[in-house]
Design a protein around this ligand. Structure first.
Ligand code: GAR
Length: 205
């Protein structure tokens, strides 16, 4: 594919601070080889949808409950991705595991941000605050964040970028989560998005 900008969809479930980091990076020029054209949420109350609306980007709520099955949910997501001619799918706090049928359709076209240094504290059951609770429970002194390609293994795809963050005495899951976001997630996710968009635009990928 040779084009000026890759078309990006961001899949979200919650607050959307990582979505915001991507949108801010687009504004500041850190991301210049891709543009977010669609935000999909599986949670109708996700503040990320408000962030999309504020940025003038199409937001869509797709309900697994109403569609009644994972297959129907994923079919609706695929329809939207096709309608918007999406090149790159970014999972940014998307709290639902996608099936192999879905992930195998988009090899090296889906990336995810995980709030730990994979292979630590990852896989099924490790998401959001739970990851930081587990890190504190274990007593690690360094944690961080990882951006990786998404394949059929939860948090198991090829690693694109990682950044380490110090755990501090007295940290709670909430203070650690915030530091990992500020020092790692909001830095490596936009940088990874740009890197992959460059490759997609130059036809390398
Ligand atoms: C982020 O910390 C992200 O890394 C994590 O959820 C949070 C979402 O925050 N994702 C996962 O745990 C996925 N397994 P956000 O909605 O403010 O971006």
């Amino acid at each position: 594919m040779l084009k000026n900008k890759a078309r990006i969809a961001v899949l979200v479930s919650g607050g959307g601070t990582n979505l915001q980091a991507i949108l801010d990076a687009e504004k500041s020029g850190i991301i210049h080889s891709g543009e977010v054209v669609l935000v999909i949420s599986n949670n109708k109350d996700a503040y990320a949808l408000t962030r999309a609306a504020n940025a003038g980007i199409q937001g869509l709520y797709i309900s697994k409950k109403e569609l009644k099955s994972q297959a129907a949910f994923e079919a609706a997501v695929i329809n939207a991705l096709e309608e918007y001619r999406i090149d790159l799918i970014v999972l940014a706090g998307f709290m639902s595991i996608l099936s192999e049928q879905f992930t195998s359709r988009y090899p090296k076209r889906i990336i995810n941000i995980h709030p730990a240094l994979i292979p630590s504290f990852c896989g099924k059951g490790y998401y959001g605050l739970k990851v930081h609770e587990a890190a504190l429970e274990k007593g690690v002194k360094i944690t961080g964040a990882t951006v990786h390609f998404v394949n059929e293994i939860p948090d198991g795809g090829e690693i694109i970028a990682q950044k380490a963050v110090q755990v501090e005495d007295g940290d709670t899951p909430e203070t650690l989560q915030r530091r990992v976001m500020e020092q790692a997630e909001w830095v490596i996710l936009p940088a990874s998005v740009e890197k992959i968009c460059v490759a997609l635009c130059s036809g390398e990928s």
